[in-house]
Design a protein around this ligand. Structure first.
Ligand code: NAD
Ligand code: ZN
Length: 355
């Protein structure tokens, strides 16, 4: 299945399916033929699990650069080593990069591609559920010790080739983390889809259903990114659950709580805030919370911090402009909007989350 992503800077397709990498790459052959070298960036876990399948499916010559797994590949050192690797390989402006891995590999590869010799083409070949979100939309970044994703660029890939077969090896924690973003896409776009999702055991979905949910999430993201590539308006809606979630992640030390697990906490917080302004009821929030807990999402990380511990991170969130707390809330499921909230109100709702 082919989903077009049309942004002001670049049009490309997300091709989602199973065992379709070879054909999807042949579809890019015109661009690939123009490249003098193909370099694949991947991480140690993904390569250990999928090198054979990938090498058999990739129909052109390539050189591989293996990164450390997780956030470790988004450091300055890792970025520097990647650029050194490309220079040592005698890459040029005509070389092409492929990101084979999860969101971390995609973010690093995208940022290397955006900056090596002022920009070379790259293709995303995602291997996590979370990457249905991160591989689409052109945000690329590395981390700074003072903040996650602080150094980056908007830089769109040439294509996203998403083979759901790779997802079979994901640990349950990563499935849960990635599904939180799909649940977010449902919450901000489609009540019926959300209701369908809330009836499922989301860590053990049938592959066809999972693929359907991922393509729906990609369509939501593609539509938003087409309307607002650089997050001046509606792209902010994709931050639903991310303000409070980001504070939990930052306070815990990034990587300790999985991104999606923190976002799930943040989404419940945003639902509690939403109740005060729109049509959502406490009963809906409780039903959603029960669904989340039944699927193994834990809210215990909140108890490690007081509201005052989290506040500096809430204020430092890159979505907080001029010290005003901005939250994406829902009028009802499918209708997001941006609301400014006072610190006192945030504190009150934080107390509700803890009861
Ligand atoms: P990840 O790349 O760190 O992958 C998570 C873990 O799963 C890693 O240990 C990885 O080695 C392993 N893994 C990957 N594929 C696997 C597979 N098929 N089988 C088994 N293990 C596998 O990260 P992620 O969870 O995919 O994404 C999180 C990252 O994405 C964060 O750095 C976050 O900042 C970024 N992100 C970016 C955007 C964006 O728009 N650019 C959006 C959301 C998140
Ligand atoms: Zn996210």
């Amino acid at each position: 299945m082919r989903i077009p992503v049309a942004t002001p800077s670049h049009n490309y397709d997300v091709v989602i399916g199973a065992h379709h990498i070879t054909t999807a790459l042949y579809d890019l052959q015109d661009k690939i033929d123009e490249a003098d070298q193909l370099i694949v960036f991947t991480d140690e876990n993904v390569w250990a699990l999928h090198a054979k399948h990938f090498t058999e499916a990739f129909p052109f010559d390539f050189t591989v650069h293996i990164l450390q797994a997780g956030e470790a590949c988004k450091t300055f050192d890792s970025y520097f080593a990647a650029q050194t690797f490309l220079l040592q390989q005698k890459c040029t402006r005509k070389s092409m990069l492929f990101a084979f891995g999860g969101g971390a590999v995609g973010d690093l590869t995208g940022y290397v591609a955006a900056t090596f010799m002022r920009g070379i083409p790259f293709v995303q070949i995602p291997t996590t559920i979370l990457a249905h979100d991160s591989a689409v939309g052109g945000k690329t970044a590395i981390n700074h010790p003072l903040g996650k994703n602080m150094i980056g660029a908007f830089y769109q890939p040439q294509a996203v080739i998403y083979d759901v077969d790779f997802l079979a090896t994901l640990p349950e924690k990563e499935v849960r983390s990635g599904m939180a973003e799909a649940i977010k896409h449902a919450l901000i776009s489609d009540e019926q889809w959300l209701q369908q999702l809330m009836k499922q055991d989301i860590t053990h979905l049938d592959t066809a259903i999972l693929a359907d949910y991922l393509q729906r999430g990609i369509r939501v993201k593609a539509a938003i990114v087409a309307a607002d590539e650089e997050e001046h308006s509606v792209r902010k809606y994709l931050n639903f659950g991310h303000t409070y979630g980001h504070a939990i992640e930052a306070a815990s030390g990034f990587g300790k709580v999985a991104h999606g697990e923190a976002v799930m906490i943040g989404m419940v917080y945003a639902l509690l805030l939403s109740e005060k302004y729109g049509d959502l009821t406490r009963q809906f929030t409780l039903d959603f919370l029960q669904f989340a807990q039944a699927n193994g999402y834990v809210f215990e990380p909140v108890s490690h911090f007081s509201f005052d511990d989290l506040l500096p991170f809430l204020l430092k969130d890159k979505k907080a402009e001029y010290g005003v707390l901005q939250f994406v809330l829902l009028t009802k499921v499918g209708i997001p909007y941006v609301q400014k909230i006072s610190v006192e109100e945030c504190r009150e709702v934080d107390a509700i989350l803890r009861t």
